[in-house]
Design a protein around this ligand. Structure first.
Ligand code: NZQ
Ligand code: ZN
Length: 387
């Protein structure tokens, strides 16, 4: 196992009715809040009214930034920073999925930065301090509720980039699975695929001896496989929603990746698809993943795919290794089909035209991934096979 420093700072309040802790925990940081949300799902579900009632009853003053887009834009970040500065906001409360949370994190970091907020996305070393962030999660997917990353899009430059700072990790997150009951089927599927991809990115690694992390990763993958379809078929199934929600947080909060070399190449490839075509993150990942697996399968990696097939899909450990590995990949592809996710780039409007540009941009800082390092040519090959 590689050396690591363990630090997961986000306090989690998990379960039905946990919104009760909101006022007391906000007050630890002040009484002026920027309430950030998306296109209106929290108004439809009644969550907005619950939160504003709590604020009003507890003398918490709030300002609003609404309309944060899926694949959040730098323009929304700039708007949020302005509101925070004009009103001396003490804490930002993000209510929504990963997009709302990421936008809030970038606002918190941009608040203390003198130049344009896009600079801190391009270079996270420019982040010096971050306003406290809190979240009420409404969609199990990105794990942003418990990690220190934010992914922001710039439509003018066709870039979608991650930025990181420990200060961006939420101070606390309220995870009430009933807040995900209203998530539509397609977002439930995409979210489940995203969680699985976060696990794949750290599971497929050259660090074989991280036995414990590998077994935990397999348990989380099995949880997604077991509950993804159940949550789609029965959106108010608390058992399914709660298992997915907690898995979303644990998949990417560091627990699985401490002590390991990690991959993250499928995410790098997908972020280009979203940057140029504004597609749903989890859908892009589900399309690319089986093709990446096939591309990564070789004499050096085959044992890892066998381990995956046997421990996650229950395949029998006998016969040809490559057959087991290919079977595991097939099961992965079939699983995404069962979730109703499109299986080709063409079916979501992506054709040959920009593949080269996207591949160059994905590898602009050099090869991506370590389990199977990919250069621009490899990325084009994977994009082409996914068409
Ligand atoms: O905007 P509203 O009206 O809230 O609707 C949203 C949005 O349309 C809807 N939704 C969310 N909760 C709902 C709901 N609809 C009904 N009921 C609810 N309870 O779902 C749609 C998608 O929301 P979004 O926040 O975009 O989805 P997700 O959580 O998948 O976030 C995706 C973004 O996070 C980034 C992605 O790249 C993408 O930009 N990621 C962030 C990561 C991180 N910070 O660590 C890691 C990930 O790998 C990922 O890259
Ligand atoms: Zn992701």
């Amino acid at each position: 196992m590689l050396n690591f420093n363990y630090s997961i700072q986000t306090k989690i309040f998990f379960g039905k009715g946990k919104i009760d802790v909101l006022a007391d925990n906000i007050k630890k940081y002040g009484s002026k809040v920027l309430l950030v949300y998306g296109g209106g799902s929290i108004k439809k579900s009644g969550l907005f009214d619950k939160i504003t009632d709590i604020f009003n009853k507890n003398d918490i003053k709030f300002f609003e930034l609404s309309g944060v887009e899926p694949n959040p834009r730098i323009t929304s970040v700039r708007k949020g920073i302005e509101i925070c500065r004009e009103n001396n906001v003490d804490i930002i409360l993000a209510v929504g999925g990963g997009s709302v949370i990421d936008c809030s994190k970038a606002i918190g970091a941009g608040y203390y930065y003198k130049g344009d907020a896009w600079d801190i996305v391009l270079d996270s070393r420019k982040i010096t301090k971050v306003l406290p962030i809190a979240t009420i999660l409404t969609l199990a997917a990105t794990g942003s509720e418990m990690d220190s990353g934010a992914v922001i899009s710039n439509l003018e430059t066709n870039q979608k980039l991650p930025t990181f700072n420990e200060g961006m990790a939420p101070k606390f997150s309220i995870l009430d699975p009933t807040n995900t009951f209203s998530v539509p089927k397609n977002q439930t599927a995409a979210g489940t695929a995203d969680i699985m991809s976060h696990i794949f990115e750290v599971y497929f690694s050259n660090t074989n001896e991280a036995y414990m992390q590998n077994r935990m990763a397999e348990a989380l993958l099995k949880t997604c496989i077991n509950y993804g379809q159940k949550a789609m078929a029965d959106p108010t199934n608390y058992e399914a929603r709660s298992n997915l929600m907690w898995t979303s947080s644990l998949a990417i909060n560091g627990l699985l990746s401490y002590g390991k070399e990690t991959e993250w190449s499928v995410h790098a490839m997908e972020h280009e698809l979203s940057a140029f075509y504004d597609i749903t993150h989890g859908v892009g990942l589900a399309i690319l993943t089986p093709h990446w697996m096939e591309y990564a399968l070789n004499d050096k990696t085959v044992d890892k795919f066998v381990e995956y097939g046997v421990n996650v899909w229950g395949l029998e450990l006998s016969g040809d290794k490559y057959e087991i590995a290919r079977n595991a990949i097939k099961r992965t592809r079939e699983h995404f089909v069962k979730l109703g996710i499109p299986t080709s780039l063409k079916s979501i409007g992506i054709n040959e035209e920009k593949l080269e540009t996207m591949a160059k941009q994905a590898t602009a800082r050099g090869k991506i991934g370590s389990f199977k390092p990919l250069d621009a040519n490899d990325v084009i090959n994977i994009y082409r096979s996914s068409l």
